[in-house]
Design a protein around this ligand. Structure first.
Ligand code: BQF
Length: 292
């Protein structure tokens, strides 16, 4: 079994990025600038935004954090978005999800200038991705494609089963892996909460993408011998033996599944850090206008 070490890989990619940023500086260009909007006090969201700011510092980007109260109105948040769209120094920005219930995520998403949409959530970027044009790929799918590519995992003609159909992971992953390319050229089955027999589907999978959001949902008896398993889940479960009071587990029961898998991502240290590093890659493209 090969451990797909996202933590190590993301560090290597950030080292590469740092060199490219130094080259920009040496050429007298401005460094990439990422802004993040954080609404409310959700501890996980705060941690994620903190990771993004920290990674910016590591690769030498400028970063700006805009923190807003939970009871910011949708109109006030849209005003922040308009300012970010107009700010010429900011190459790309993200609005950390989830947003409070009184704010409509789709409305916010549509207001983001697609040229600064480094999370790749705007329908313009989603559409361009689906048509195989250059686009900002959503960070988690981009990070997973980077893992498959850098570990030389052969996807050509393989049967891939994606579990979960979210706009930001399951659906784009199913599109990217079914498209022509490397990674790509898979036969993809997209499964979800209404799928009749997920286990039967999973047992046919050469590649499994687990993006469900249920701790250890995928057990050892649901995986074919030799499968490649990508665990996107980041679930906080109670653990009184830790000082934080919780531990992180994936959507895959790692101890049962890993002996059968040919390769598997751990949680933590698998897809998570690659997601944040993919955001750094997108921000570099925004700064150098590589997309459009
Ligand atoms: C790790 C995210 C669900 C909903 C919104 C490293 C991250 C996580 C784990 C991280 C995630 C998950 C992010 C690890 C960003 C990934 O060591 O395993 C980094 O910061 N993530 C997010 O911004 O929004 C989310 C998951």
């Amino acid at each position: 079994m090969i451990l797909l070490d996202g933590k190590k890989l993301s560090g290597e990619i950030r080292d590469e990025l740092k060199i490219k940023v130094d080259l920009l500086k040496a050429a007298g260009s401005k460094v990439p600038h990422l802004a993040a909007v954080l609404v409310g006090e959700n501890p996980a969201s705060k941690a994620y935004v903190g990771n993004k700011i920290r990674f910016c510092e590591e690769v030498g980007y400028k970063s700006t954090l805009i923190s807003a109260s939970t009871d910011i109105t949708q109109t006030e948040l849209l005003d922040i978005i308009i300012q970010l769209n107009e700010d010429e120094d900011i190459d790309g920005y993200i609005v950390q999800l989830p947003l409070p219930k009184h704010i409509d995520e789709a409305t916010i998403n549509l207001a983001i200038d697609h040229r600064k949409d480094v999370d790749g959530f705007h329908p313009m970027n989603f559409g361009r991705m689906a048509e195989g044009m250059t686009s900002y790929l959503p960070a988690t799918p981009a990070g997973i494609m980077e893992i498959l590519s850098r570990y030389n995992i052969d996807t050509d003609g393989k049967h891939c089963v994606v579990v979960g159909r979210s706009n930001i992971v399951g659906t784009p992953m199913s599109i990217l892996l079914s498209r022509k390319g490397n990674p790509g050229n898979c036969t993809v089955t997209l499964t979800h909460s209404r799928t009749k027999d997920i286990k039967a589907e999973l047992l046919r999978a050469d590649i499994v993408i687990a993006a469900i959001g249920i701790p250890e949902f995928i057990k050892g008896d649901m995986i074919k011998e030799g499968a490649v398993v990508i665990d996107v889940g980041i679930n906080r479960v109670e653990d009184s033996s830790r000082k934080s009071g919780y531990k992180l587990v994936g959507d895959v029961a790692f101890d049962e599944v890993s002996p059968k898998a040919s390769a598997i991502t751990p949680v933590p240290g698998g897809v998570g850090p690659m997601t944040v590093t993919a955001l750094m890659l997108n921000t570099f493209k925004a700064a150098t206008k590589e997309i459009y």
